[in-house]
Design a protein around this ligand. Structure first.
Ligand SMILES: NC(=O)c1ccc[n+]([C@@H]2O[C@H](COP(=O)([O-])OP(=O)(O)OC[C@H]3O[C@@H](n4cnc5c(N)ncnc54)[C@H](OP(=O)(O)O)[C@@H]3O)[C@@H](O)[C@H]2O)c1
Length: 279
């Protein structure tokens, strides 16, 4: 993609002083990876983006998630009347990532992608002495390489235009390093670093923002069997005693996806009821 002319960039960054403020993303095309599980952060995010006007792609990897993914896609279509694609793809390979982007554009009948939410993730609890090569490989392949390959595909094949948004779902574990999830936390720290690098690479020249939304403890498939990790974190929350819900994270993503976040880039934004921050 060629760099932008300065005049185009000025238009993107122009401050609106005439119309009422809105978080509408009507007409935008969004891909949310790993959004095929009904109780996951990805499905909640796809739903909130669609409710605010975007056409969305639901993506899943496992055969066991296929039926759920198609049901989520249909219910979003029924509820909000936007275009919804449903695609199987593995984000951990360049080929799988390109497939997701190309099939999104084909199913939705569009020629570009405006918003990419890199939500697909993998993590399990494991003692240091029991952490093997296979676990390291799968964790980094999904969480780090997956975000890399999807971002490349969205910018290249997806021709992400100026005003585009890359939102990486990280984790507060990269900042607080809980015991038992060392490799997962390390992969999320790598993601944080990539967010800042990509914000520089895609910002001035392409007009695309790149940010991390880092959830605190939310009960989903990935965490439901790990109360030993989740419960101590809930005790550290400042904002509320309840655990996070997928919708709490989805709302933070909407803020970053909207035009209102045009001056926010390269940031780590924790949606964690105040666990992180100065103590
Ligand atoms: N829940 C929490 O407390 C919490 C806290 C901090 C950060 N996060 C982050 O939030 C994100 C969503 O997690 P979640 O809690 O909603 O977990 P989840 O329900 O387990 O969702 C993970 C999703 O990732 C997909 N996925 C895994 N490997 C993939 C691959 N190679 N290619 C494509 N998709 C793949 C899965 O797809 P299939 O269903 O098809 O296998 C699944 O939909 C993750 O990045 C996670 O690290 C979660």
């Amino acid at each position: 993609m060629p760099p932008l002319k300065m005049s185009s960039l000025m238009n993107i960054l122009a401050v609106n002083t005439t119309t009422a403020d809105s978080f509408s993303i009507a007409g935008k095309i969004a891909v949310v990876t790993g959004s095929g599980r009904g109780n996951g952060i990805g499905a909640a995010t796809a739903r909130v983006l669609a409710r605010n006007g975007a056409s969305v792609a639901i993506t899943y990897m496992s055969e066991s998630s296929a039926q759920g993914a198609y049901e989520i896609a249909q219910s979003i279509r029924d509820d909000y009347g936007v275009g919804v694609a449903c695609i199987q793809g593995d984000v951990s390979t360049p080929k799988g990532s390109r497939k997701i982007i190309l099939e999104t554009m084909e199913q939705l009948g569009v020629n570009h992608i405006d918003i990419l939410v890199n939500n697909a993730g993998y993590g399990v609890t494991r003692l240091l002495r029991e952490t093997d090569f296979e676990l390291c490989q799968r964790t980094f392949a999904t969480n780090v390489y997956g975000q890399l390959f999807m971002t490349q595909a969205a910018v290249d094949q997806g021709r992400m235009p100026p005003g585009g948004r890359i939102i990486n779902i990280g984790s507060i574990s990269s900042r607080i390093q809980p015991a038992l999830v060392g490799i997962y936390a390390a992969s999320k720290a790598a993601q944080d670093s990539l967010t800042t690098s990509w914000a520089g690479e895609l910002g001035r020249t392409h007009g695309i923002t790149v940010n991390t939304v880092a959830p605190g403890p939310v009960v989903t498939e990935i965490t439901k069997d790990s109360p030993e990790v989740l419960d101590p974190l809930v005790l550290l929350q400042r904002g509320t005693e309840r655990r996070g819900a997928p919708e709490d994270i989805a709302d933070a993503v909407l803020l970053l996806a909207s035009e209102k976040s045009h001056w926010i880039t390269g940031q780590f934004i924790a949606a964690d009821a105040g666990i992180t921050g100065i103590r």
